[in-house]
Design a binder for this molecule. Structure first.
Ligand code: OAD
Length: 248
């Protein structure tokens, strides 16, 4: 990563009135949360997320799917936001206007100080009833040896509580997506961090900024399809690049 790119990116961010921060699993990697492209490990290595993260899988075996998400929630509660999350919160605090849009279902942006990030794919901390949709409280769950945990019943209608995340085949929350598109269309700079940019419609967000004349800055150690819309590609890990960016 060249210093001149870092300097140019820092100048663009300093001068921007309206900033969007768009993140994927890579921003949480250095907190110890595996990305989607990393292989699943431990109890879950024999499962394919595309099979588990579906309404059908939950219908077939609610305890398996609920147990998987409860394990992921417990894993998030055991880790801390990293320097990348904190640097993004610093950018957010300095900017006249800044919206954080994340594809992640962890709460690490919030714990790093980001205000009300838009969760395009939901959150591990917002379970709801699988039938009436009422929000449910997140309870601590007993660890089990096979990973299965029976989901609690809804207090209102008795149906099983489900994770408050977007499963494959489900639509994104319309209000979240509309707010993210509006912010991306009107920003001066969009900083995309740690996403492979291949899962739509979320991956559309940086494209909207580029089409509307905004500047896209990408932070990722690897090339992605977003390379072609990014004016600056900062090749590196979020917890290294972002602190360097904010200390310029
Ligand atoms: P992916 O796992 O697809 O991509 C992670 C990206 O982070 C890759 O481009 C890595 O190169 C990059 N990366 C890895 N370590 C990094 C680091 N330390 N710093 C910066 N970048 C790093 O995750 P997402 O792009 O977030 O959707 O996946 C998007 C969606 O696909 C997820 O939200 C999920 C999945 O299907 C749903 O669950 C609906």
């Amino acid at each position: 990563m060249r210093d001149i790119d870092l300097r140019e990116a820092a100048d663009l961010i300093d001068r921007a009135e309206r900033i969007v921060i768009f993140t994927g699993a890579g921003v949480s990697a250095e907190s110890g949360i595996p990305t989607f492209r990393d292989a699943l490990t431990g109890l879950w290595e024999r499962f394919d997320p595309r099979r588990l993260a579906t309404p059908e899988a939950f219908g077939d075996d609610p305890a398996l799917v609920w147990g998987w998400y409860e394990g992921r929630r417990a894993a998030v509660e055991r880790v801390e936001p990293n320097a990348g999350h904190r640097a993004l919160a610093a950018i957010e605090q300095r900017a006249p206007e800044c919206v954080v849009v994340t594809q992640n279902i962890d709460d690490l942006h919030e714990r790093a100080g980001s205000k009300e990030p838009i969760h395009l794919h939901g959150s591990l901390f917002a379970p709801r009833c699988s039938a009436c949709g009422r929000p449910a409280e997140v309870e601590g769950t007993a660890e089990t040896d096979d990973g299965r945990v029976t989901p609690p019943p809804c207090d209102h209608c008795g149906a099983p509580i489900r994770p408050g995340v977007v499963w494959f085949g489900e639509a994104l929350p319309a209000d979240a997506f509309e707010a993210a598109v509006a912010a991306a269309a009107n920003c001066d700079v969009l900083i995309t961090v740690g996403t492979s940019g291949v899962v739509f419609p979320a991956a559309e967000i940086p494209q909207v900024t580029a089409r509307m004349g905004g500047t896209v800055i990408q932070v990722n150690p690897d090339p992605t399809p977003l390379d072609s819309v990014a004016r600056i590609n900062l090749r590196g890990a979020a917890a290294e690049v972002l602190p360097a960016l904010v200390s310029m």
